[in-house]
Design a protein around this ligand. Sequence first.
Ligand SMILES: [Zn+2]
Length: 143
Amino acid sequence: MPVYDYVCQSCTNRVGIQQSYADYGVKPVKCPVCGSKALKRLINKVRIAKSEDRRMDDMADPAFMGDVDENDPKSMARAMRKMGSEMGEDLPPEFGEITDRLEAGEDPESIEQSMPELGDAGGGGGMGGMGGMGAGGAGDDDY
Ligand SMILES: [Zn+2]
């Protein structure tokens, strides 16, 4: 389960709170230190941007994706979650949806087709690349 960083506006502690993707943004969070609900989400865009290249390298490492079976949506969902926690935070909303659908056993191809914006990674975020990896991956030469 990913840990989301919050700053408590009541006691000013910085706290990490574990939430599932399903809970994040839905379930109210509470400061574990003082119990206040005045938590502000910390988004470390800078850190992600700076280390993105290295992180992408890590993900390309066969060891990182070693246990992924492309024919097993659940296995891919696990990899997505792992990747999600590696990326840290601030993932696009599609990420959780795709993971949920994979876990539900949905065919990655059909997920990608239903989300055409994921198909062509124009650039920018890592999500485009991940979408490509998800369903297509090395499969481009299947055609
Ligand atoms: Zn607090």
